[in-house]
Ligand binder design. Structure first.
Ligand code: UDP
Ligand code: MG
Length: 316
C-alpha cells in the first residue's frame, strides 16, 4: 500500500484529451526540480464524465503515483474537486485546471506561501481568455469581495493550494467552487493570494458560458445565506415572516377602513396581486434556502463513480 505523500495534486478534467499528456509532462518537470524532488506526491485526475478519450489518455500514464477517478457522467467541477479532496492523502493539496492554462511551474511558489496561510488562492491578473469572460468575471469578483468580505482579487481561479486539514473541512457542491476562498475564510482559516501566470487555451473548449455564470450568481445568494444564517436560520425566515405579517396586517387594516368608508376592494386588483406575489415569492425563496441548508448539512456527494484507481489498489 502506498505511504502518505507530501503533496496531492488534484486535476478536474472534462473533455481535455489533447491536454493530458502535455500537462503530465510539465508536472513531472516541476516535480523533479531540486527543491521539490524530495517531496512525495500523488496526482489525482478526476475525469468528470468526459465523452472524448480523456480517460484513455490518462490511462496511458504509467506511474503508480497517478490516480484516476472517473465519473459516470458530467457532474461539474465542484463535484470533481469535492471527490478529489476526499481522496487526497497529502499534507498539501493543490488543485489546477487540466487545460494547460495553469502552469505547474507555479507549484513551488504556492508551497512557499502556504507556510504563512491555511489556504492560498491563485490570481489570474493577466487572464488569457476572451473579454466576454474576463469582463463579467471582473465584476463578479468585485461583488463577491464586497458581499463576502474576503479581500482577494480572484475567487474563481482553479489554481489553489491548501493545507490538508482545510479541504477535509469544506463542503463544495453545485457551483460553490467559485467561492472556496469565502467558504474557507468563514471556517476561520487564513486565505492568502499569489499572482499566477495564465496561458491561453490551445486545445479544447472552455466549458463555462453565460448559463453557468447565472447559476454561479444564484450560488452567491446561497453563500451569503450560509455565511450569515447557517447557525440561526430562524432569524432570516422569522425576520421575513414578521415583516410580511406586519405588512399584511397594516394592509388589511387599511383595506378594512377603506371598505368601511365605502371603497370597493375589488377596484384594487393590482394591490391584491402585489400582495399575492410578494408573499408567494418570499415563501419560495425561504423554501429554496431551507433546501440549500439541508443540502449543505448533509454533505452528500451526489456522483456515481465508474472507475476508481484507489479502490483497485485496495483490491476492492
Ligand atoms: N471542468 C470539469 N467539469 C466541468 C467543467 C470543467 O472538470 O463540468 C474542468 C475542465 O476540464 C478544466 C477546468 O475544469 O480542467 C476549468 O474549466 P474551463 O477551462 O472550461 O474553465 P475556464 O478556464 O474557461 O473558466
Ligand atoms: Mg480554462
Amino acid at each position: 500500500m502506498s505511504s502518505k505523500p507530501n503533496l496531492s495534486i488534484i486535476i478536474p478534467v472534462y473533455n481535455e484529451e489533447e491536454n493530458i499528456l502535455e500537462l503530465y509532462e510539465k508536472l513531472c518537470n516541476t516535480l523533479s526540480l531540486p527543491h521539490l524532488i524530495e517531496k512525495t506526491y500523488e496526482i489525482i485526475f478526476i475525469d468528470d464524465g468526459s465523452t472524448d478519450s480523456t480517460f484513455e489518455e490518462i490511462k496511458k500514464i504509467k506511474n503508480s503515483k497517478v490516480k484516476i477517478v472517473r465519473f459516470q457522467r458530467n457532474y461539474g467541477k465542484a463535484a470533481a474537486l469535492s471527490c478529489g479532496f476526499k481522496r487526497s492523502k497529502g499534507d498539501i493539496v493543490i488543485t489546477l485546471d487540466g487545460d494547460l492554462q495553469d502552469d505547474p511551474k507555479e507549484i513551488p511558489r504556492f508551497i512557499e506561501k502556504l507556510k504563512k496561510y491555511d489556504m492560498v488562492s491563485g490570481w489570474k491578473n493577466k487572464r488569457q481568455d476572451p473579454i466576454s469572460k474576463t469582463l463579467p468575471s471582473k465584476y463578479f469578483n468585485r461583488l463577491t469581495r464586497f458581499i463576502t468580505g474576503v479581500n482577494i482579487h480572484d475567487f474563481n481561479c482553479g489554481y489553489k493550494a491548501y493545507n490538508s486539514y482545510v479541504v477535509k473541512n469544506i463542503n463544495v457542491y453545485g457551483e460553490l467552487h467559485r467561492y472556496i476562498p469565502a467558504l474557507v475564510y468563514w471556517k476561520g482559516y487564513t486565505v492568502g493570494e499569489i499572482e499566477v501566470e495564465h496561458h491561453p487555451r490551445i486545445h479544447g473548449n472552455s466549458k463555462y458560458g453565460v448559463e453557468r455564470l447565472l447559476k454561479g450568481f444564484l450560488d452567491l445568494i446561497t453563500v451569503t445565506f450560509l455565511m450569515i444564517y447557517k447557525k440561526r436560520p430562524l432569524h432570516i425566515f422569522g425576520g421575513i415572516g414578521i415583516l410580511l405579517g406586519l405588512s399584511g396586517i397594516i394592509i388589511s387594516v387599511y383595506l378594512m377602513v377603506s371598505w368601511a368608508t365605502g371603497l370597493k376592494i375589488g377596484d384594487r386588483p393590482l394591490l391584491m396581486l402585489g400582495i399575492l406575489l410578494t408573499v408567494t415569492g418570499a415563501q419560495f425563496i425561504s423554501l429554496g434556502l431551507i433546501g440549500e441548508l439541508i443540502t449543505n448539512l448533509r454533505n452528500n456527494d451526489d456522483y456515481i463513480i465508474k472507475y476508481d484507481s484507489y479502490e483497485l489498489e485496495n483490491g476492492r
